[in-house]
Ligand binder design. Structure first.
Ligand SMILES: [Zn+2]
Ligand SMILES: [Zn+2]
Length: 176
């Protein structure tokens, strides 16, 4: 979805839903494994002096991997955001652009057009929690044998005592 900033006289509204297949998973190890629902966009692109303001809301459900048990699960979110865009002068070089982006907290576009998809993707990543946990009481994987403890109990469980003690024990074993 490319937006031509030149053509924006006052503001441009993007109110639509992106289909589930809009999100293409590039890498199996990625934090987001696809969309569970269409992404609802309610975004406004407007001029703000020399800059452009992209402001709005994104809502939907994404498929993420639990950081504790590694199982994929659905995570629903609604994110309000705003991003300032600046069209670079033709003379500004890449190093300066990166510096200015940090200083001014803006994103530079490539030329007069902006790829809205990229901004949306970034915002979806930013709206993820620091840790994605499938449920509060997720038991995670057994550090010993790797089974998902939400689904099965494993043998090692009975042998380990206090976690600190078993750590010490395994250190001693490794040494011997
Ligand atoms: Zn989990
Ligand atoms: Zn185990």
């Amino acid at each position: 979805m490319i937006i031509d900033l030149k053509n924006i006289t006052e503001e441009l509204l993007v109110k639509k839903a992106l289909d589930r297949d809009w999100w293409v998973v590039q890498d199996e190890d990625d934090q987001i494994l696809g969309l569970e629902t269409p992404l609802e966009l309610d975004i406004k692109v407007s001029r703000a002096g020399e800059k452009y303001l992209v402001k709005g809301e994104i809502a939907g459900g994404v498929r993420v991997r639990c950081d504790r048990c590694l199982e994929p699960f659905r995570w629903d979110f609604k994110s309000a955001f705003s991003v300032y865009l600046v069209v670079p002068e033709p003379t500004t070089d890449q190093a300066d652009i990166e510096l200015l982006e940090e200083e001014m907290e803006v994103d530079f576009t490539e030329g007069e057009a902006v790829e809205l998809d990229q901004i949306i993707k970034e915002q979806v990543y930013l709206s993820l929690p620091m840790k994605c946990i499938c449920k509060d009481d997720c038991l995670g994987l057994c550090p010993g044998c790797g089974v998902n403890l939400n689904r099965e109990a494993c043998q090692c469980k009975q042998e380990t005592g206090h976690p600190a003690f078993s750590k010490l024990q395994s250190l001693m074993e490794n040494r011997g």
